[in-house]
Design a protein around this ligand. Sequence first.
Ligand SMILES: Nc1nc2c(ncn2[C@@H]2O[C@H](COP(=O)(O)OP(=O)(O)O)[C@@H](O)[C@H]2O)c(=O)[nH]1
Ligand SMILES: [Mg+2]
Length: 368
Amino acid sequence: MKAVIILPTYNERENIVAILSQLTRVTRTISGFSFVFLVADDSSPDDTAGAVESYKGNRRDIVIVSGKKEGLGKALLRGMLYAVNVLGCDVIAQIDADLSHDPSALPKFFEKMRQGHDFVVGSRYIRGGSIPDNWGIHRKIYSIAGNAIVRFGLGETRVHDWTGGYRVYDKKYVERLKDEVAPYSGYVFQIAFLHNAIKLGANVGEVPIHFTDRRFGHSKIAPSEYIRNVLFYVAKERFSSVVHGTFGKFLVVGTIGFIINTIVLELLVAVGAHPVVGSAVGAELAIISNFFLNNSWTFGHKKIKSKNIPPKFFQFNGTSLGALVIQSGTVAIGTFLFGVGMYRWFYLLGVGIGLIWNYAMYSRVIWR
Ligand SMILES: Nc1nc2c(ncn2[C@@H]2O[C@H](COP(=O)(O)OP(=O)(O)O)[C@@H](O)[C@H]2O)c(=O)[nH]1
Ligand SMILES: [Mg+2]
């Protein structure tokens, strides 16, 4: 099997040779794989590429893939595509080039792969892992909190370290995710790549790692931009999982129905209709909208065939009437027991129970 180790570099002249020679030594102890070291450099002004060239000599297991400076994500993706499409690898490893990641942990990653995992991440936040002791309290909190926001925000708590770049994974994730993750040019790429792999069903394993501060050169991270991108990513994913989930779509459709109901009522009353007529017509139009939007969108995967639409629509009117009875019944009972002044609370309660009723009826009866 062929493994490619990607080292993203921007101004790592003082580190790159040391890490390449450590990796060369360590990978000899990993059996069953041949290794290629791929430096994904962004034309570093300190001539990192030149340092690699002169170290490499005539070794063919070291390659440099150079590009413009467009961010860490772009550099990683460039390296991944080269590794899969040009070098034809089976497995990809990636590691920071600044020696913050200890190359001697690499065999443990491959051990996890052998045990059946297909995406192994180095984790600072599990037993046996660590962040530097000498970090100030602010930096520690920032790092721990950042990871917790991603972990709990995405609801993927099995993985404890989302932002690190010490990983080994199957090449299929590059093939399947290359378009999906292409828009994430910066550090958030690491989060997006792992998250999308999990969505595809990755069997993630974690290896505890000690993260040490770099001794040479400096960090390229732009903290405020990074925090913004991370929060945006988490919020976007959260929103789309709610909207794309059946219940979220159901809520959106219901809200549209409510708006239709209200507008029709107000319009009819404005032209002189009695409010009872206005709300009845409004309610029926909302029911029609709910039925067809739910049929084509929310429950589009169980769409009702056109010959079944009339009886199903009739049934739908029945369950909607049920919701109306539940809602007004809740208000009636609540105000009877606790006084008319409490009607708003029982109206809200009635709407809530009505929603549960409707969702249960739709998913169990109408779109069974
Ligand atoms: N090619 C490339 N590498 C980058 C870029 N930004 C960071 N890196 C590399 O990614 C790794 C991690 O970056 P670093 O600045 O150490 O981030 P930190 O460890 O989070 O402070 C290092 O090997 C960097 O050289 C970039 O824009 N392009
Ligand atoms: Mg670093």
